[in-house]
Structure formats: structure tokens, C-alpha cells
Design a protein around this ligand. Sequence first.
Ligand code: FDA
Length: 300
Amino acid sequence: MSIFNKIIVGTLPLVPKNIVRKFANRYIAGDKIEHAVNVTKKLNEKGIIGTIDVLGEDVFNKEDAKRAKQECLAVLDAIDKHKLNANQSVKLTSLGLKIDFDFCLANLTEILTIANSMNIFIRIDMEDSTCTIDTIRIYEEVHEHYPNCGIVIQSYLRRSYNDVQELVELNANFRLCKGIYIEPEEIAFKDKQEIRDNYIKILRLIMENNCNVGIATHDDYLIDGAYKLINELKKTNREYEFQMLLGVRENLRDKILKGGHRVRVYIPYGTHWYEYSIRRFKENPQIAGYIVKSIFTGGK
Ligand code: FDA
């Protein structure tokens, strides 16, 4: 990121929330579950699958974590009731990972049991590196009893290749992404090309071991690399899917779909939209620039 973009992004926390919200609308379905249902239905009509995410993370009291769990259960009901072609993504810190491991595990197990009875898949998002070990541990605990569950691997983490070497032994179901959190150099690659190279290396490892994978990226370089692996390893489109975020590179998304690949879009909703949106703006300094400009123009 250029110094100019870094300055723009650095000023984001000073921007009033109502202005941030105006730009965030592109990345989130809305505040309520109905909004997520409507967005999912529209995507389904185009042949795109969804993964619905209740926004929220870093919960530090049990009541809030229980509320987050209830909302996840409401999402399962909505997917079932509206016959949506969608699964659900969950963040373990919203279910209490930072409060108590077993409490979080119990919350996730409750969600997985109900999801299983509805034949709905649950993806465990990967959060910052303070959560990596516990997230993998929880995944390993539930995976045996709940095959309707998958994990996320971040290619910027130096440890990820080794983690995947172990997880393929369990026939894990992966989403592979670059990783969004700011991590220290000791544990994470910082160079753009190194992160890409590690991504392709890990994707090859997953595919050669015949595990299912969600290729989560908007990066042309990685998408081309994935196409090459799909051809080389003769993968059918039941063994992988491309995954993209709501509001990001929709033309590319449609092109991938037209090529005969499955495409899933991450559909976040909820009142805790701020942190998620700020992360998206940081990936797109052009939008961050518009937001900062809005401070001076009053958002007009
Ligand atoms: P990159 O950031 O280089 O983007 C490639 C191109 O896409 C850019 O040049 C730009 O044109 C466009 N673009 C990217 N982001 C944009 C934006 N916000 N707005 C507009 N244009 C944009 N991370 C994580 O740590 N844990 C997780 O669980 C997940 N889960 C997840 C699910 C799904 C479905 C996706 C697609 C991504 C994630 N991520 C994630 C985020 C991921 O780690 C990564 O930060 C983003 O996908 C951006 O990386 P890209 O590979 O898209 O490349």
C-alpha cells in the first residue's frame, strides 16, 4: 500500500459512523436477518450460492455470546424456511472463544447439531493469530462428529502449510484465503508475492489430498493459479468452489460463474457492521479515500 493510501486508511477511525455506514452498505446485506435473506435470494436467482454471517466478534461476556448463538440458530431457521442455497459462517470469538474454550465449544456444538439436522454446512471463520491454535483445536474436536463443518486457513501465516498437512489427514473441508488481520513478521509473510506463492502451494496440497476447498479471493493472479491447478489435477466442480465477498468485484464473480465454476458469496448482516466494514475499506483505499473526502463534504 502506498504511503498516501496508508495515510488515508489511517484517518478512517476519525470518520463519523454515519458516513462510514453510507459506504459500508455495499459490503453488508443490512441490519436484519430479512436483509440477508433477500440478498441471498437474489444471488441464488443468479446461480450464486451464499454463506450468511452474523456480524460480531470479540465477545467478552457469556450473555452476549448466548445472544450471538441464538442469532446463528435464527439464520439456520431462515435458510431452512426460505429454502436458501446457502450455508453459514461463524466467528468463534462471537461464541465466547475468548471467555472460555469449553463454553465456546458447547455453543458451536449446539449450532452444529441443529445445522446437521437441517443438512446445513457451517464454516468456522479464522480470526487473528491469538485464535489460530484454539480454532484449529475446536475444529478438530467437532470434525469427527460433525462432518458438516469446515475451517479457514490464511496463507499469510507461516504456520499454515504445516497446519494443512495435518488437517488433510482428517479430510478437512477448507476455505483458503490470504488473511485480513495485521500480524507480526515473525509469524506472517508480509510480501504480497510470498503470500500468493504460499496460497498456491497450500491450494495444491489441499487439492492433491482430495479435500474440498473454497478458493476465497478476488485476486486475478490466484484465480488464474487455481484454474491451472483445477485443470492439472482434473478437479470436478463438486470438489472446489470460488468464494467472494458481497460487494467486491462482481464482474469477476460473474465471469467465474459463466466459466462453469461454483461461486459462493459471503453475506454479512447485523448491527455490528463497523469493524467488518473498516477491514473492507482497508483493502480498498480508493473507497477509503471517498470516505475521508466525505468528512469535508458532509457526505454529499
Ligand atoms: P487482494 O486484497 O489483493 O484483492 C484483489 C483485488 O480485489 C484488489 O486489487 C481489488 O481490486 C479487489 N478488492 C479486494 N478487496 C476489496 C474490497 N474490500 N473492496 C473493493 N475491491 C476489493 N480473512 C480472514 O482472515 N479470515 C476469514 O475467515 C476470511 N474469510 C473470507 C471469506 C471470503 C469468502 C473471502 C473472499 C475473504 C475472506 N477473508 C478472510 C479475507 C481475505 O483474507 C482477504 O483479506 C481478502 O479476500 C482480500 O484478499 P484477496 O485475495 O481478495 O486479494
